[in-house]
Design a protein around this ligand. Structure first.
Ligand SMILES: [Zn+2]
Length: 279
């Protein structure tokens, strides 16, 4: 059962589409979590840090100009090392979601390390006064049965790591359920631009991002569904890329037909309907 199946799929304000802009603030943790060898790779660490230094402020400026509240997934390690950035997100009224602690991939580590990723990430955010996260996004979108069980056990309202539909749905595993606000690689900046000396994306033309994401919005509008876009401040925060992304935002805003919403706002709206029907 999905939100599309309900007769009252209208979004607040009678808007046809609901759109969530989401940003994963990996910073240095994005590389440190890949292996111990990254601890001495100063250049690659500095590129992660650029997301905090320059990317986040640029993104906050753009969001403020369009009066949009967004969702930022912040690893515990990133929060600990960049408390002023966390404060700037909270001051601007954005949602902070859980994105692990050391940005370890669930499928690559032990069950105990998965527990630590969840609990230490929660503790790091709590220490900085961040409201208890309602949502979780797994590192590299790799979700395991162990972490899935932890999300249910720790009482998360939603997950945003899976790709089983293109609108909110219920993801289930071994008798457990969680509200899923799905993602997709094609709606992510990383596969396009996430290049480094070891490999990665193809340093794509940012106009391709503008065309594809505008088309995604128009399809969501036609189907009256929710969609979300995933970005990384060190990636989309490069000015020539952000300029193209802003054109997508401007197109959506000018349509007058979009409800820009944080993921927790979408979750709170759809969870009672989806989870009641599924259970
Ligand atoms: Zn990440």
């Amino acid at each position: 059962m999905t939100i599309q199946d309900f007769p009252t799929a209208d979004w607040p304000g009678g808007k046809a589409a609901a759109v969530s802009l989401t940003f994963d603030v990996d910073a240095e943790a994005g590389w440190l979590g890949e292996g111990d060898e990254y601890a001495r790779r100063l250049t690659i660490l500095s590129e992660g840090r650029y997301g905090v230094t320059r990317g986040v402020p640029r993104i906050l400026d753009l969001l403020a100009r369009y009066d949009i509240s967004a969702t930022f997934f912040v690893p515990g390690h990133t929060a600990q090392h960049h408390p002023a950035m966390v404060e700037s997100l909270l001051d601007a009224g954005h949602e902070i979601g859980h994105h692990g602690h050391l940005h370890l991939r669930s499928d690559k580590v032990s069950e105990q390390q998965q527990i630590d990723e969840i609990d230490k990430g929660l503790e790091a955010l709590e220490r900085l006064g961040v409201p208890r996260p309602q949502g979780y996004r797994s590192t590299s979108w790799e979700l395991t049965p162990e972490t899935f069980g932890l999300l249910v056990d720790r009482g998360f309202l939603y997950d945003s790591s899976c790709m089983g539909d293109d609108r909110p749905y219920v993801e289930s595993w071994d008798g457990l359920e969680i509200l899923e606000l799905p993602v997709h690689w094609s709606l992510d900046d990383w596969p396009r631009f996430g290049w480094n000396i070891d490999g990665g994306g193809n340093v794509a033309d940012p106009e391709e991002l503008r065309r594809c994401w505008t088309a995604e919005f128009e399809s969501a509008r036609a189907e009256r569904r929710h969609t979300s876009f995933t970005m990384h401040p060190e990636v989309i925060g490069r000015p020539y890329r952000l300029g193209q992304f802003e054109q997508v935002v401007a197109h959506m805003a000018e349509s007058g037909d979009v409800w820009f919403a944080r993921l927790d706002e979408v979750a709170e709206l759809v969870a009672p309907r989806l989870l009641r029907v599924a259970s």
